[in-house]
Structures are given as structure tokens and as C-alpha cells.
Design a protein around this ligand. Structure first.
Ligand code: MN
Length: 289
């Protein structure tokens, strides 16, 4: 099932070129009292809600996809985990291009470890990316994103995929420079996810998916997730050997070679097999709010 958030925080199921509006399902979510439990409420409740959603789809009003603005399929991830240099070809590219590493040593992911992106950087694909530092190099990074479905700690790779609720496409947008990744990659709108969440049952092997990205129609990145250094299950094992995971946590799995700069006015188009495609506009800096 392809589950989306759209327009004014509505809940939908994508059916071909239409979205079935199943927003009334949200009434079944528990009303939480402070302190709120960790994890995204919808992803936490999803296993029990899926039968109700399937039932609701049958009578739900349909909206053409062309009239839908996609928000992040997960509203409130507790954390956004991300893998640096997790494709062999991107590792080679990063080592060989000074403008990518800025004199910092580039190590394999097993040495570098994972990093966290601020949840305030989360953005739906229809909302676009806002370049807060347009004078610097701002790069696209297309990545498979795993959406965690249940809580876990010290999860072995053998059972790790049981902890995944679904998948979506991610753009790990990046300002190149010497600052820590958690700063350069946490700018508001720099974690684009979308266009929807495909439930894990429709992606039996996340480690064999073609992905590619174009900017203004020009191809920049093309790869297959089979070339991940640490695959999805190994990343979950690695992450949970340091911290627990909760429903709704997002895991950006790393980007292949071909990263490159974007500027205001560009349109990034990203596709991943079994998930879908999304177009993301690049905007100039936001006005202050
Ligand atoms: Mn990345």
C-alpha cells in the first residue's frame, strides 16, 4: 500500500493516478497526554489501522494526483538517521574530489559511523527545497529511506527488516563545507522525503532497487541499492548498537556517485524502483518568519 500525507494534513492511499482520501482514519489514533510517547503516532498504530484503511479506501473520495500536494509521509519522526559514504563509487568520488571533503579525511562508513539530521529539516516533496546559503555549493543526494515501524535496540541484521514499516525516496540535501554533517545537512527543508510511504510488504528486497536522479532533465545519479556498503539490515544493526529506534524514525541509507550542485529554479527529479518518483523544486532563501 502507498500511504501519503497531502494538502492540509490529510491522509491518503495512492491508487494509480488518484489518491483515496482516508483522513477520517486519523480519528482512531489515541489521544496522547504529556509527556507524549516517543515515535510517530500514525506509524506506531499502522499495523492495527491497516485493515480499517483498506476498508475505508472502498468508499473514500478520490482526488487526481495532479491536484495533490505531498507532505512528508511521516509527520513526526523522532530522529532522522543517515549514512555517509555508503556506496563504493561515492566513497571513491569523495576521496578524489577536494570540494567534497574539504581536507577532512574520508573513511569508510564503519569508521565514520552514522549521523543525525534535525527533524526540523523534514520536508515533503511538493514543498521544495530552500537554499539558505546560495553563495555556497548545495548538493543533491538521492537515497533510499527506510521508515522504522517498531521500537528496537541491538537489533541483529537477521531480523532487522522486520523493524521496517515501509520505504520512501529521500533527498539528503547538503551544503559542502568544513562544518559537521549534522549542521550542513540539517538546514530546514534539507531532508526531503516522499512522495509517499510504500509499505514493506511491497518491497521484498530493498537491497536490489534501481534509483536515479536528474536535475532539469539531465541525469546526475544512477545506481542500484545492491551496491550499498552496509545494506538496510546492516545499517539497522549498526544504528541500534548505539541507540534505540522508534516507529517513524527515518533511515537515510546513503547516496551513490554523481552528487552535484543545484541552484534556485532547478527541478530535481528522483525515482526509486518499487516506490515511485518525485519532482522537487529548488527555491531561493526563505523570508524570515
Ligand atoms: Mn547522504
Amino acid at each position: 500500500m502507498k500511504i501519503c500525507r497531502f494538502n492540509n494534513d490529510r491522509l491518503g492511499v495512492v491508487l494509480g493516478e488518484e489518491v483515496a482520501d482516508v483522513t477520517p482514519i486519523l480519528e482512531y489514533l489515541p489521544t496522547a497526554k504529556y509527556p507524549f510517547p516517543r515515535g510517530d503516532a500514525l506509524v506506531t498504530a499502522l499495523p492495527s489501522l491497516l485493515p480499517r484503511i483498506r476498508e475505508a479506501v472502498r468508499i473514500a473520495p478520490r482526488i487526481p494526483i495532479s491536484r495533490v500536494e505531498f507532505l512528508s509521509p511521516v509527520a513526526n519522526p523522532g530522529k532522522i538517521i543517515a549514512a555517509p559514504v555508503n556506496y563504493v563509487d561515492h566513497l571513491a568520488e569523495a576521496v578524489n574530489m577536494p570540494e567534497l571533503h574539504h581536507g577532512n579525511p574520508i573513511h569508510q562508513i564503519q569508521k565514520v559511523g552514522l549521523f543525525l539530521k534535525a527533524s526540523s529539516s523534514l520536508q515533503g516533496c511538493s514543498q521544495g527545497v530552500y537554499l539558505e546559503h546560495p553563495d555556497r555549493r548545495n548538493d543533491h543526494e538521492v537515497e533510499l529511506v527506510a521508515i522504522i515501524g517498531k521500537a528496537g535496540i541491538n537489533v541483529p541484521r537477521e531480523t532487522a527488516l522486520e523493524y521496517v514499516a515501509g520505504y520512501c525516496i529521500g533527498l539528503d540535501m547538503t551544503v559542502r563545507g568544513s562544518e559537521d554533517r549534522s549542521m550542513r545537512k540539517s538546514i530546514d527543508s534539507y531532508s526531503v522525503v516522499g512522495p509517499w510511504m510504500v509499505t514493506a510488504d511491497e518491497v521484498p528486497d530493498p537491497n536490489n532497487l534501481d534509483l536515479h536522479l536528474t536535475v532539469n532533465g539531465e541525469e546526475r545519479q544512477r545506481a542500484n541499492t545492491r551496491d550499498l556498503i552496509l545494506d538496510v539490515a546492516e545499517l539497522i544493526e549498526f544504528a541500534t548498537s548505539y541507540y534505540s529506534i522508534d516507529p517513524g524514525d527515518l533511515l537515510f541509507t546513503g547516496t551513490p556517485a554523481g552528487v552535484g550542485p543545484v541552484k534556485a529554479g532547478d527541478v530535481i527529479h528522483a525515482e526509486i524502483a518499487s516506490i515511485g518518483a518525485m519532482s522537487v523544486k529548488v527555491h531561493a532563501k526563505r523570508v524570515s518568519i
